[in-house]
Design a protein around this ligand. Structure first.
Ligand code: ZN
Length: 270
């Protein structure tokens, strides 16, 4: 057989690499990665949904060079885990983002794409087998790489609230937390009595809300005005922590959940 030449249009396959974990079923190398800046070791896990009609379409998208996007892992509905980028490398999944004052989230994180059509194509519940695989994968990453603080296991919407909704309000963060993955509190009930805050409000209580969200990590400026950016961050907070109603209004249930979250925050890792 003739060796492929550059004139035939033959595309040289990306060289495979050994998977980082034995729970990986398959390696599907993506060309879309570079080096972590400042030789960062990842101390954050970022969860996404694929937001495409099928998992196979998503995997193709994440592994073709023209798309300029990738993630370290893709987790299918049946729990199958495919690795696309070695953990040591910087995958391109976060885009323009911010958390705890940092903006190069790709250099800090390991990205996991969870197959789900997403809000655009008929958002579905995440099958339990898939959730179990995400939990196992997160635990494998934490065990192998050393401690990753529970409050740095986040959703894409947490770090890019103005652009992203994934993995969304159906993602069972509570189940992850029960398995020791991520920081989460049971949400306060809806329809509590008391004063809340809403878009358009101004004053010190709005500043305090912004400061509190910011102290947890959300990228938000303290303006004292419940502006659009604040509404979007409150929605991101609700998608992760108060999933029963995602409306961008800081009602008493949202405020109480936020307070409980701050009070139970894990100590920073030494
Ligand atoms: Zn995403």
């Amino acid at each position: 057989m003739l060796a492929p030449t550059s004139t035939t249009g033959f595309v040289r396959p990306m060289s495979a690499f050994p998977p980082d974990s034995f729970i990986v079923a398959e390696v599907a190398p993506s060309p879309n990665f570079d080096e972590r800046k400042d030789a960062r070791t990842p101390d954050m896990i970022l969860l996404h949904y694929t937001g495409m009609q099928t998992g196979q379409a998503a995997l193709q998208h994440l592994t073709k060079s023209a798309s300029k996007v990738s993630s370290h892992y893709v987790v299918f509905e049946d729990g199958r885990i495919v690795q696309c980028v070695p953990e040591e490398r910087r995958a391109w999944h976060a885009g323009e983002a911010s958390w705890a004052g940092e903006t190069d989230i790709n250099s800090r994180s390991i990205g996991i794409e969870i197959v789900n059509p997403g809000h655009e194509f008929g958002y579905t519940d995440f099958p339990l087998r898939q959730v179990a695989a995400v939990i196992s994968l997160c635990k494998s990453i934490i065990t192998r790489r050393g401690p990753i603080s529970a409050d740095r296991i986040l959703g894409h919407s947490d770090v890019a609230p103005s652009r992203k909704q994934d993995p969304g309000e159906k993602f069972p963060w509570g189940l992850l937390s029960e398995s020791g993955v991520g920081h989460w509190v049971r949400a306060a009930p809806l329809n509590l009595e008391g004063a809340g805050l809403k878009p358009g409000d101004r004053g010190d209580s709005v500043t305090r809300l912004q400061r509190t969200l910011r102290s947890y990590g959300y990228g938000l400026v303290e303006t004292g005005h419940y502006d659009e950016a604040t509404r979007l961050v409150v929605m991101a907070f609700q998608r992760h922590f108060r999933q029963a109603r995602v409306d961008g209004i800081a009602d008493p249930s949202t405020l109480l959940t936020l307070r409980a979250l701050i009070e139970t925050r894990p100590q920073p890792l030494g």
